[in-house]
Design a binder for this molecule. Structure first.
Ligand SMILES: [Zn+2]
Length: 302
């Protein structure tokens, strides 16, 4: 029982506060458990990040540049997390069209351009995509110096996650609208109503229509992190996914822990709390029995 319509789950992790050591550690745990999981990368981080390809220009490479390129080539990194770390709280530098054009050209030449985009951080990240609900976003505003949507599409980015695609729904309908699997639970599915679509098409101020996907966030007081991953993977939620059929995509920041005041911190070891590793073990067990597939995000989106 491993057909394409077995209920499926994919992770979509944002690399905020990540270190190379934490990247290796978390992916080592996931690999050991047999859990498929791709990850994201920052193009730029002017203030420095081990999970950014560059600092503030393609001439200034990040400290793990070659390792990240190899992860992108292999497909283990499949997501561009915004234009990078340009949060106002981190740096006075703002992203520009030229910077993104140079980084995309570089990636096309030396590795490949990831096919998925997720918005990152606060309003300093001007190149974020607004889609159907723009506010500060200028990445899809053609008269802005931070306009990049046409560059992304030309470079091969096919799926976008904007800020308004964070969801409290855990179960979504299959992308492409395929039929749900026939099973004994079909009646329960019908009573619960059809899950909302994972992928929606949206217009932008650039006139381009883009395919957007949703991620399960949940009504957490703060953005999901390594601690709340266990809560996101709670048994009753996975049961609902199995009952309804369909797919789930988890919004995560698994390199983020919190200090007592709730502020995000990175670089903690072990990277994942015990309760989160236990939740991943239960997920791995479901995958092993064939009742649930855990797949890479690019495979799920197709
Ligand atoms: Zn982020």
């Amino acid at each position: 029982m491993n057909d394409a319509r077995t209920p499926a789950l994919a992770f979509c992790n944002d690399v905020d506060y990540g270190t190379w050591k934490a990247y290796v550690e978390v992916h080592g745990i996931l690999r050991e458990l047999g859990i498929a999981a791709e990850d994201s990368v920052f193009l730029y981080a002017p203030a420095g990040s081990e999970l950014a390809l560059f600092r503030d220009s393609v001439e200034r490479k990040g400290p793990r540049h070659e390792e990240l390129l190899e992860e992108i080539r292999s497909g283990r990194i499949s997501v561009l997390h915004g234009a990078g770390e340009f949060s106002a709280s981190e740096t006075p530098v703002r992203p520009t069209r030229r910077m993104v054009a140079e980084a995309l050209e570089y990636l096309d030449r030396t590795a490949r351009v990831p096919s998925i985009w997720t918005n990152h951080g606060d309003e300093g990240n001007l190149s974020n995509i607004g889609g159907a609900a723009p506010t500060y976003h200028e990445g899809d505003r053609p008269d802005s110096d931070a306009y990049i949507l046409d560059l992304l599409v030309q470079a091969g980015v096919r799926y976008f996650w904007a800020d308004h695609h964070a969801s409290n729904d855990f179960v979504f309908a299959w992308p492409g609208g395929g039929a749900a699997p026939a099973s004994a639970s079909a009646g329960r599915r019908a009573r619960g109503g059809a899950p909302p679509p994972l992928v929606v098409e949206e217009g932008t101020r650039a006139g381009l229509r883009i395919r957007c996907f949703r991620r399960f966030r949940g009504p957490l007081p703060r953005a999901p992190d390594a601690e709340t991953l266990a809560w996101q993977l709670a048994g009753e939620r996975l049961d609902r996914l199995l009952e309804k059929g369909g797919v789930s995509v988890l919004y995560q920041h698994w390199y983020v822990r919190r200090d007592p005041s709730g502020r995000p911190v990175g670089g903690r070891h072990p990277a994942l709390p015990d309760a989160t590793v236990a939740a991943l073990r239960r997920l791995a067990e479901l995958a092993r029995t064939g009742t649930l597939r855990v797949v890479g995000l690019s495979e799920l989106l197709g």
